[in-house]
Design a protein around this ligand. Structure first.
Ligand code: FAD
Length: 480
């Protein structure tokens, strides 16, 4: 008899999982709390990485899942969970080939290196080709991947293989005789029970939950995120309430250079960054922390170094400081960016450096000292922090500042699972009938303590499909 899988969360991991389950003959109930499918794909660049996919082979690039694994461990400072990373890298190529087969249009230069994150040893990042502005100022691929997944999913829905329950929020898990046999949920304010042979949690991360930010990452100050509002970590307390546990909750890495959207507090303004199109090297500004001190050579290229520097700032906040000539911009792009920032009310201005410091709330004497030291470095050509490109001194009033908070794009911590993607208790024993995949695991279980290009969106697809195979008993179980 066909088995019934309850898949909770219809995003980057849940949609491919539902397709996979339907194709393997299961009855699928796909539960989604919002009124739309797609989850973070509507926000994400969704670059994905894999070793050994068709396009990589066609280009003659020599690569292997083992090398991918070793690169992730090197980049992730060894904090990756080897068993989960293994599932992700060993099955990544199949995911990319499958996505290509359902029509995801990868750019011709895919796979390539991904300079927005620490580099792998070979090109293995895939960029889906979608025109239009991106959320991060980088590449925008999630939308087209969503479209292609949705086309496939709709075929299975039409064939009666997948039953989608939108606006249905999981509130609890049903456990009988020590086994998870379904979920409690709410739809239109009414409680419902949805039962199945196994439950797969693909509910995503918690980077839109300010309470979790305060609880787990108090050092990070306030939460400003590029994520969608659905990312509230609902599954974490639910899983804990039946004996599951979490891992990597100490990990979180902010991106640097984004600004909070005055029209949507708590969220970064899409498409505006202080370093895409307005690299300080060409716009002249310096970056200071809440003490009014520089904390990085602003022309640093290494993304990991920039992220670590941001983590060193008190409250993960910085200000770009510049003078009036810089505001007008040395290039058309900078002029356009500062014009947009100005229209949004995001530029604070004052006739003197000290008054500017007062207005933004950093110690005036410190900011004065910092600007004087930087101007001296411009003169001497020798910056103590090692900045190379210093077009001019900051000396033409009025002076300006833009606040930029460390911005999050994914949670590194989440629910602990074993190499079969079964949710486990603190002692490592699996909770029967309960699987999880995607960012609900915390990206750290795959990426460790860093960003490994394409290993959150990509691992969501792969591990979503693999969780189904484990739940249906069609994938060889890992030794756990
Ligand atoms: C701007 C941005 C850029 C990014 N770029 C990249 C990139 O280039 N490469 C990369 O690898 N990663 C990237 N990421 C991260 C990556 O996109 C995410 O980690 C990934 O998409 C998460 O997929 P998921 O399926 O686990 O969660 P989601 O796609 O968020 O799906 C979770 C779903 O579960 C639903 N849900 C939540 N709680 C419940 C509940 N209680 N009941 C029912 N449903 C529920 C949600 O509504 C949602 O639809 C980026 C993220 C952002 C924000």
């Amino acid at each position: 008899m066909a088995r019934t899988l309850v898949i909770v969360g219809a995003g980057n991991a849940g949609m491919p999982a539902a397709i996979e389950a339907a194709d393997r003959g299961a009855n699928v109930i796909l539960v989604e709390k919002t009124d739309q499918l797609g989850g973070m794909l509507h926000w994400s660049s969704a670059t994905m990485s894999a070793a050994g996919a068709r396009m990589q082979k066609a280009k003659g690039i020599s690569d292997s899942p083992q090398l991918h694994f070793e690169d992730c461990v090197r980049i992730g400072r060894g904090r990756n969970d080897p068993a989960i990373l293994k599932v992700a890298v060993e099955n990544a190529a199949e995911s990319i080939d499958w996505l290509e087969s359902i029509g995801v249009p990868y750019t011709e230069d895919s796979p390539r290196f991904s300079p927005e994150h620490p580099l792998y040893s070979v090109p293995r990042s895939y960029y889906a080709n979608q025109p239009g502005p991106s959320t991060t100022g980088g590449f925008r691929g999630g939308g087209i991947i969503y479209e292609k997944l949705n086309q496939e999913l709709q075929k299975r829905i039409d064939a009666g293989k997948v039953d989608v329950r939108l606006k249905t929020k999981m509130t609890g898990l049903i456990v009988e005789d020590g086994r998870v046999v379904g979920i409690q949920a709410e739809t239109d304010g009414q409680p419902v029970e949805i039962r199945g042979d196994a439950v797969i949690l693909t509910t995503g991360g918690y980077m839109a939950n300010p309470e979790f930010m305060k609880k787990f990452h108090p050092v990070g100050g306030k939460l400003v995120t590029l994520c969608g509002p659905h990312a509230t970590g609902d599954a974490i307390p639910i899983v804990e309430s039946i004996g599951g546990t979490t891992v990597n909750m100490d990990l979180l890495i902010p991106l640097l250079g984004f600004v909070e959207d005055p029209e949507n507090p708590g969220y970064a303004r899409p498409g505006i960054t202080l370093h895409y199109g307005r690299n300080p090297a060409i716009s002249g500004d310096i970056w200071v922390n809440a003490n009014g001190e520089r904390f990085i050579a602003e022309d640093t290229k290494d993304p990991d170094a920039k992220e670590r520097a941001m983590m060193s700032t008190p409250g993960w906040v910085m200000w770009a400081i510049f003078d009036d000539l810089m505001r007008q911009g040395f290039t058309k792009e900078i002029n356009e960016l500062t014009r947009r920032l100005g229209l949004l009310g995001l530029i604070t201005s004052a006739p003197t450096i000290e008054e500017l410091a007062e207005k933004i709330g950093v110690p005036p004497a410190n900011l004065r000292r910092t600007v004087d030291a930087y101007n001296a470095a411009v003169q001497s050509g020798n910056d103590p922090l090692g900045r190379k490109e210093m077009p001019k001194a900051i000396d033409e009033p009025p002076f300006h500042a833009i606040r930029s908070d460390g911005v999050t794009i994914l949670s590194q911590g989440g629910i602990k699972v074993n190499g079969n993607l079964q949710v486990v208790r603190a002692d490592g024993t699996p909770i029967e009938g309960l699987y999880a995949a995607g960012e609900v695991l915390g990206a750290g279980q795959v990426m460790g303590d860093a960003f490994c290009s394409g290993m959150s969106a990509g691992a969501a697809v792969t591990n979503g499909r693999m969780a189904v195979r484990f739940a249906l008993g069609v994938a060889a179980p890992a030794a756990v």
